[in-house]
Design a protein around this ligand. Sequence first.
Ligand code: GDP
Length: 318
Amino acid sequence: MILAQLPRFHLSILARPSFSLSSSQFNFLNPKPPVTVARTLFSFASKSNLATVEPIPLPVSESSDLDDAPVEISLDKLFIPPETDVSGDDPASLTARILKGSNIVLSKYARDAQVVQADYVKSSVKTEDCPADGLPEFALVGRSNVGKSSLLNSLVRRKRLALTSKKPGKTQCINHFRINDKWYLVDLPGYGYASAPHELKQDWNKFTKDYFLNRSTLVSVFLLVDASIPVKQIDLDYASWLGQNQVPMTMIFTKCDKRKKKKNGGKRPEENIKEFQDLIQGFFETTPPWIMTSSVTNQGRDEILLHMAQLRNYWLKH
Ligand code: GDP
């Protein structure tokens, strides 16, 4: 049974009211026809499932380091994978099915999550040059310095694998790493380099967008956002573009271990995360999946792998 294999769950439900949205607040901008059924299904949680259960507040984490400011999420902000019915769940059993530090409900497809082998395969400058073996893949993207290399190394438990992507000539490439000979992690160029020449910025914009729109084996983009600093417009723009183009997206909030409040009005990770969610809600029909992570404490590592596993196994079946 799948639930027995899961790493850790938060076990209690908070009694306090949560913030919640009415469905009329969702506004899908500029919709275009879906590329494939699988891509579309993973973009959005099933509304019928959501409608059958009373909204309840849920804690994001039970861990003590977040006790001072727990984040709560309401039922309509959960990511419920396709073929996952929560209508029969009471609040306690539903809570137990949510991945710790995330809004993601586990499905029957969450299995085979471990990474036992990771190999660098190739660096491509065009979508057409990417591996053609049809294996499913997940693309990691985010502002430079967001912690992408650290996360990649933490996911595969290798200290220096992501250094490959940082070698001269490869920072602006689509870098493929094959995992367990079954799927790919793809490291995309970091964006937002203040010093990058204009032409270089334009070019990566063109080829990463082409990759997002035309890579048929791309199961989901993992957009990394630094939760330790205030929301950046460039990250909002990126999320907005993905939403408007119906590219399935999971948000990975990085550096969640950085909890010291700065004197000049700096906010805690969960406050920055909430603000980011509020600002992007208009770009998506329903809330995209999100996970809190830290490459220092390995928070979120197992959760990301389980989420990738359930997306991947569903994708392979359809
Ligand atoms: P990249 O440019 O996105 O690949 O970012 P790196 O992985 O190279 O990380 C940029 C900086 O952030 C480095 O100094 C890392 O040590 C630091 N960093 C990365 N992840 C974390 C994290 O989860 N927590 C903390 N506190 N620092 C991190």
